[in-house]
Design a binder for this molecule. Sequence first.
Ligand SMILES: *Cc1c(COP(=O)(O)O)cnc(C)c1O
Length: 289
Amino acid sequence: MFEEIYSPVQKITFAPFNNLFVKRDDLIDPYISGNKWRKLKYILAKAKADCKTHLVTFGGAYSNHLVATAAAASRSGLAATAFVRGEEVKNEMLLLCSLFGMELIFTNRESYRDKQQLFDQYFASDAQAYFINEGGASIEATIGCAEVIEELVEPYDHIFCAAGTGTTAAGLLKGIQQYGLNTKLHIIPVLKGATFIKEEITKYTPISDHLELHLDYHFGGYAKTTPELISFIKSFTAKTGLLLDPVYTAKMFYAIQDLQQQGIIGTEEKILAIHTGGLMGLFGMRDKF
Ligand SMILES: *Cc1c(COP(=O)(O)O)cnc(C)c1O
């Protein structure tokens, strides 16, 4: 299932940019969306190499990572269990998880904090169980994400990507360093006060001056939106034909536009935005539109 992918780079028409390109990782798969596919690639390879047949992971009730893990597990003939943060709820994301055969264990916020403890409590005696951290954060995930850079056939002045945990950002930075590119990596954390991102990236690769963090595009915090962000999504999609999710990719494209308006990036510079997928998050937020 990880053999062939379709993730073209497309130029988009979005005034006043003349060299704005998008890496369409959102096209890789409808359920194993974008960067979650990148992150799971080597996690699953490691699980298989270790003869594990049961993936155990963690996430919120709207987690793209849970749907991706559920879909990837079922296609690879593996079992999957997820500890879902908070009390039992029903939504379209968890419905997909269940359809892909994932077992869901709703866990109160207190117990959810210690993931290793939860894993040990339920699966200590299960030699087949494989621990996957929340969001897939791991060295394997960064190796998969670095392949985005490997796939590029042209150089870019700037690469943009949204960040939650920062694992994808670490992988991209690693790729840029490995290939000795002269590219600025702009990371847009979607959480408020995400100073932890730097620390997270340092776990996997040294911070270099390729990296630029933009901490002011969180719009109030994780999964928070403002009327301005929603109207940006509407006009962006109407102009470009590209769908954005309000949690991640909308905040990234908003930042690109805003940095251009501030004169920090130029309209002729070659810019690559990584579309990390996650479009199902749009439907969970339909009331905002
Ligand atoms: C999970 C996710 C991210 C964030 O990835 P991290 O590696 O956690 O920083 C970005 N975009 C989308 C669409 C996602 O689903």
